[in-house]
Design a protein around this ligand. Sequence first.
Ligand code: 8DG
Ligand code: CA
Ligand code: CA
Length: 333
Amino acid sequence: MSKRKNPSDNNNLNADFCEFLMELSDYEKNVSRNIHKFNAYKKAASVLASHSKRIQSGEEAKKLNGIGEKISKKIDEFLNTGKLKKLDDIHNDENAQIISLLTRVSGIGPVKAADLLNMGIKSIEDLRNNKNKLNHHQIIGLKYFEDFEKMIPRSEVRELENVITKEIKNLDPQFTITICGSYRRGRSESGDIDAQVTHPTLKLGDNKNKCHEKLLKNIIMALKGCITDVISMGETKFMGVCRLSNNHPFRRLDIRLIPKEQYYCAVLYFTGSDVFNKNMRSHALEKSFTLNEYSLRPIGVTGIPGEPVQIESEEEIFDYIDYPYQKPEERNM
Ligand code: 8DG
Ligand code: CA
Ligand code: CA
């Protein structure tokens, strides 16, 4: 079983439905590669997880936004029989099981997993005997396969946050560091660590003189006490592995260096959850704004986005699009 959390930590009265919906969504993402169905199942799980009542029938579920005929039928089938034929079929499909397993390796996506299966690779052990078929990221993913499957307790993310913040501030106290993702949403455990870093002098376009790249290299150098492997190192994005001490598992760490004017849109985006982001983006569109990880831009009558709005805080983004402010802990959908 891959590490999968319910959309909500606790108090989820519909957790069993959410569990099968999340499993179906993983299947659609990794095996059938049907992004529409993937999104539909995830959205349904999210809606059910935050519903304050135990759902008693498919018909009742169908009244919720995001649950249609097909999912409502699955809920009835699950209530009546305690299982789902579709999931049973998936469990009995050897190829589907192999693709699901291979995609649990960091760096192996659905297409690569299917390729590997076509080459006769069916297990983690097969992968270990065929490293020549893997790229650098996938080799690191395989090397730490067991550790990367372990969730990171909140206390450990906090300790890593302290180390990372201390070392980067040592470089220059004007750096701002925000650990986003599930940690910022207050979750009790996280899959990886998503760090965003900015500096007041960091301007868009600076990278023409390789300024970002040098800064990011300095940051990674400063963190050599806890960073153990580099997966990739771009101009603004580091992907790698860190470890708090010899007694801790190896953890996936991403660090992004972001110009000040894009910082709050990035922090908002990388805080998630992805379902929350999707909802907020479609609300923005209703208000004639386009929102992404870089900027918030008004859409004119021509339908073409204008210049980015200047943003000084996360709250301002909510204000601009008339969306009630939600604290990070309220974005766990
Ligand atoms: P986790 O690591 O504890 O499993 O949860 P997470 O922190 O919420 O997920 P993540 O995969 O690390 O992604 C961090 C945030 O990035 C996520 O909460 C929202 C944003 N995000 C999207 N879409 C996508 C996407 O397609 N891929 C990734 N990696 N992040 C995305 O909104
Ligand atoms: Ca994360
Ligand atoms: Ca991440």
